[in-house]
Write a protein that binds this ligand. Structure first.
Ligand code: FES
Length: 202
């Protein structure tokens, strides 16, 4: 993308952010937070893995859990959004499309940044200065560009990430969102955050 293209993209994002900030406050409460699944404070402090039942997450829905004191988002992606993550028109807009500079386990260094493409498991902390972005669906009524396929918006300084947590060019955040170690089990109805699929805890 040319420098001019980047500037145009950023301007569009900055323009869009004004509307998004106002709307996010009301939308946020719609996201379920699995308080009952939180380990005790003592267990958390020890960095224990967190087990999450994902069997009730609907396509397109975001679930928030806490692991090691951080928000972890689990998004069940739709078929449409999975296709969108591979589109060149999106890849051209990303700063680290192949996640070469970003942090994720080896088994999540792929186009979906996931071991199970249907589910994105990502730490919900902006890689700029640590704010927690908000989930913005494709069809949410924000003033976003027509090519927006869904993703995350950080209101602190206007950074955008796609549905694989990949950061867009022209925003302050330097890297993709971090993918924690995680493993699916119980026929894919549960995920354990903080362990590799082989079972080794971080
Ligand atoms: S902390 Fe997210 S854009 Fe600055």
């Amino acid at each position: 993308m040319s420098t001019e293209g980047v500037n145009v993209t950023r301007r569009r994002f900055l323009l869009a952010s004004t509307t998004v900030v106002g709307a996010v406050g009301t939308g946020f409460i719609a996201y379920p937070f699995v308080a009952s699944m939180q380990p005790s404070a003592k267990t958390q402090a020890a960095g224990a893995p967190v087990e999450v039942d994902i069997s009730k997450i609907e396509p397109g829905q975001l679930l928030i859990v806490e692991w090691r004191g951080k928000p972890v988002w689990i998004v069940r992606r739709t078929e449409e959004s999975l296709k969108g993550l591979k589109e060149q028109s999106l890849l051209d807009r990303l700063r680290d499309a192949d996640s070469n500079e970003s942090e994720q386990p080896d088994y999540a260094k792929n186009e979906y940044r996931a071991i199970n493409s249907e589910y994105l498991v990502v730490i919900g902390i902006c890689t700029h200065l640590g704010c927690s972005p908000s989930y913005i669906k494709k069809d949410d009524t924000h003033n976003l560009p027509g090519w927006w396929m869904g993703g995350f918006f950080c209101p602190c300084h206007g950074s955008f990430f796609d549905l694989a947590g990949r950061v867009f060019k022209g925003v302050p955040a330097p890297l993709n969102l971090v993918i924690p170690k995680h493993a699916f089990f119980a026929n894919g109805t549960k995920v354990m955050i903080g362990v590799d699929p082989e079972g080794g805890a971080t």
